[in-house]
Design a protein around this ligand. Structure first.
Ligand code: F3S
Length: 292
């Protein structure tokens, strides 16, 4: 017997305002000046990156690789040392750093100037965090595990990677406070989680609680997409993080009545629609359309 499958879409998903702005700025600059290179991928999504390449925006992995006269700083931002190096080379800079990331950078800089040790709750290898640590002028640490921070000084300032979950940040802050209370006289906490991330996570959670299967669409190296998948899985629902529709496996849909769909902030609408079509075709084994 065929089962009707209902697809529930998260009320907020896909491109966030920061990613939209970065793409628009880069496209506009490419239209004006021809060739551009971005330092690192402009957004963590292969489909978007290849779409931008067609418009003349190439990705380079290091500053040394940049040969175009114009360089694009991605929405993840960079440290002041990198901006300095770009200026020294005489490059024209198109800075698409997201305003939420910029807030975290400014907080890191101000805390450092005021003598605080900067602790960032986040993935130390992520470009956003590398940039934020740059603004802490080498005086910061980034980690997801409070126990690895080491000996805390008297003044500690805490920030979060923009794409972390509020619950994770709260847990980290609590642990850090407990570890530091003996020595640390002053703690300052800046909530630098971006509101687009919070809205997407809340919407995904809402859907995850109502379905039998959750599909999360976004680049495998996209931090915010991974976090969305974690948030969904935390409800106990079967969750799969895929980048494109070809990764959908028919067996996931066996005996499922409700499938939830969400997507990370760097996922294009076209990719989301592709996946929605893929899900529909997989839950239509007998050629009858599934209920939407
Ligand atoms: Fe900015 Fe948040 Fe998007 S930090 S790039 S609006 S996920």
């Amino acid at each position: 017997a065929r089962m009707d499958v209902e697809i529930l879409r998260a009320s907020e998903m896909g491109f966030c305002p920061g990613v939209r702005r970065a793409i628009e700025m880069a496209e506009k600059a490419a239209a004006e000046s021809g060739q551009l290179q971005s330092l690192g991928a402009l957004v963590h999504n292969r489909w978007v990156v290849s779409h931008l390449a067609e418009k003349g925006i190439q990705v380079s992995q290091s500053l040394a690789e940049i040969s175009a006269p114009t360089v694009v700083i991605s929405s993840h931002g960079v440290g002041p040392q990198t901006i300095e190096a770009m200026r020294t080379r005489g490059l024209r800079i198109v800075d698409t750093t997201c305003t939420f990331v910029r807030k975290a950078q400014v907080a890191a800089e101000k805390l450092t100037e005021a003598g605080f040790m900067v602790v960032v709750y986040g993935d130390a290898a992520h470009p956003e965090i590398q940039g934020v640590l740059g603004w802490a002028r080498g005086g910061g640490v980034a980690t997801l595990d409070a126990a690895t921070v080491g000996r805390l000084p008297r003044k500690v300032g805490l920030l979060s990677q923009t794409t972390q979950s509020p619950a994770g940040f709260a847990g980290f802050a609590g642990k850090l406070l407990a570890l530091g209370l003996e020595r640390t006289a002053e703690f300052r906490v800046f909530n630098t989680i971006c509101s687009a991330t919070q809205k997407r996570q809340a919407a995904a959670l809402d859907v995850a609680r109502q379905v039998d299967l959750m599909i999360v669409v976004g680049g495998h190296d996209s931090a915010n997409t991974r976090r969305l998948a974690e948030v969904c899985a935390s409800t106990g629902v079967e969750t799969h993080h895929i980048e494109t529709a070809d990764e959908l496996a028919p067996r996931w849909f066996a005996r499922k009545a409700k499938v939830g769909l969400t997507a990370g902030a760097s996922t294009a609408d076209a990719t989301i629609e592709d996946v929605a079509l893929g899900i529909e075709s997989l839950c239509r084994p007998t050629g009858t359309a599934c209920k939407k």
